[in-house]
Ligand binder design. Structure first.
Ligand code: UD1
Length: 421
């Protein structure tokens, strides 16, 4: 397994381009299954989860053509299997996103049930119960979801809990259902909106985009000749690099991104003492050489502070001035990075879903083990300021969500290199 070797202490400085959003690319690639004509998707990030999605679609018989700029043409006219097998779903839970489109367009789907996961149990009951309300017949047998439906029927769905991939699955299912579907308590994450805009470009009739009530009028079929759709920028990648600059007391400018989708994160960075300036598609962060001030925050669905940025701010608080209290409300057990940060000397106390971080001037290098995607990013951030050389093991987690992280950080002046297995 590849490892990252990081020598801490360099303040980051320079400019960086942000990649397309992983969490928008995954549902949009699944959404392409709904199109009767080939569709091309651009600004796709070069990530392991994208390769997994391509393999998933490829095994169904979908034709994929990738050009040198990572534009992917998806032609689902050759599909002959409606299955997401266990060996792919176990490596990427987001594979569940093929359930809605397969069922809605082809009337059948056979999808492995996602198992447990490092950041707690992540059930799919809301996806399944809502599809049943839309008329699907669903059986769970031998670890697989068997779903069939002659024709899904629009209805009013009030989601028990805000779920991002759940909203996306139902949105896709509703586009070809008979009549009108209303999804209440829908997730408002920008990636859900990106998927909705993409579906509308293919001929879907979705309104209420960006609000928590989505209304979908079912249509007969989807697909437009020569459709090209570019994925939105990755707000979590953007936020992670901004924290990297803040933690090292540096100054960076991130380009090809969007400040509008990062309000809660930018507010917390300002509270930590960063000077932030932004234009339409760029953000500059300048710490002016200062140590960050610890910040308190509570994760919650968009537009509140994202759970996917929680670990990075825990790392920032570890070397900040004062005490910051971090409360995780979206996922249970999403504090695996805390034990590793403590091994570097971080003073963090865990009390159920709260981490009380008392900042210290410095952390010291120690061997690290990456656990989940965002936890791994926080270890890399901590290593950027730790005294000495840190070896981060099991970085395949990072490769699932960050495009060439070592190249991007090195470009900003970090001392970092990948050690191939
Ligand atoms: C998505 C993101 C992930 C992010 C998360 C929360 C993708 C591919 N992944 O994950 O990066 O951290 O949103 O912003 O977009 N729940 C249920 N029943 C369900 C579905 C969810 O109880 O049927 C619960 C989950 O256990 C969790 C909460 O709802 O506690 C939110 O989960 P959800 O929004 O569904 O997360 P994902 O869509 O898996």
């Amino acid at each position: 397994m590849d490892k990252l070797l990081i020598n801490g202490g360099n303040a980051l400085n320079g400019e960086l381009r942000i990649s397309g959003a992983k969490n928008a690319a995954l549902p949009i690639l699944a959404g392409a299954l709904l199109s009767e004509t080939p569709v091309t998707i651009g600004n796709i990030p070069h990530l392991h989860d994208i390769t997994t999605t391509m393999e998933l679609l490829g095994r169904m018989g979908v034709q994929l053509t990738v050009d040198e700029k990572m534009n992917i043409e998806v032609d689902s006219s050759t599909i002959d299997k409606y299955e997401a097998p266990y060996e792919l779903v176990k490596t990427m839970r987001a594979s569940i996103l093929v359930l809605g489109p397969l069922l809605s367009r082809f009337g059948q789907a056979y999808v492995s049930l996602p198992g447990g996961c490092a950041i707690g149990t992540r059930p799919v009951d809301i996806h399944l119960d809502s599809l049943i309300k839309m008329g699907a017949d669903i059986k769970v047998e031998s670890g697989y979801i068997h779903a069939t439906a002659k024709k899904l029927k629009g209805c009013r769905l009030v989601l028990d809990k805000i779920t991002v991939t759940g909203t996306e699955n139902l949105l896709m299912a509703a586009t070809l259902a008979e009549g009108v579907t209303i999804i209440e308590n829908a997730a408002k994450e920008p990636e859900v909106s990106d998927l909705a805009y993409f579906l509308n470009k293919m001929g879907a009739k979705i309104s209420g985009i960006g609000t928590d009530i989505l209304e979908i009028e079912g249509v007969e079929k989807l697909g437009v000749e020569n459709l090209h759709y570019d994925i939105m920028p990755d707000r979590i990648e953007t936020g992670t690099y901004l924290v990297a600059a803040a933690i090292t007391r540096g100054k960076i400018k991130v380009k090809d991104t969007s400040p509008d989708i990062l309000d809660a994160v930018l507010d917390k960075l300002k509270e930590a003492g960063a000077k932030i300036t932004a234009g339409e598609n760029w953000i500059e962060l300048d710490m002016e050489g200062r140590q960050a001030k610890a910040v308190s925050l509570r994760t919650a669905p968009y537009p509140a502070f994202p759970t996917d940025m929680q670990a990075q701010f825990t790392a920032l608080n570890s070397v900040a001035e004062g005490v910051g209290i971090i409360t995780e409300t979206v996922f249970e057990n999403r504090f695996m990075h805390v034990q590793e940060l403590q091994r570097m000397g971080a003073n963090i106390q865990l009390e159920s879903n709260t981490a009380i971080c008392t900042g210290s001037e410095a952390l010291t290098a120690a061997p690290m083990m990456a656990t989940d995607l965002r936890a791994s990013a926080s270890l890399v951030l901590a290593a950027l300021v730790a005294e000495g050389e840190t070896l981060v093991d099991r970085i395949y987690h990072i490769d699932r969500g960050y495009v060439h992280i070592e190249e991007k950080l090195a470009q900003l002046g970090a001392s970092i290199r990948r050690i191939p297995r």
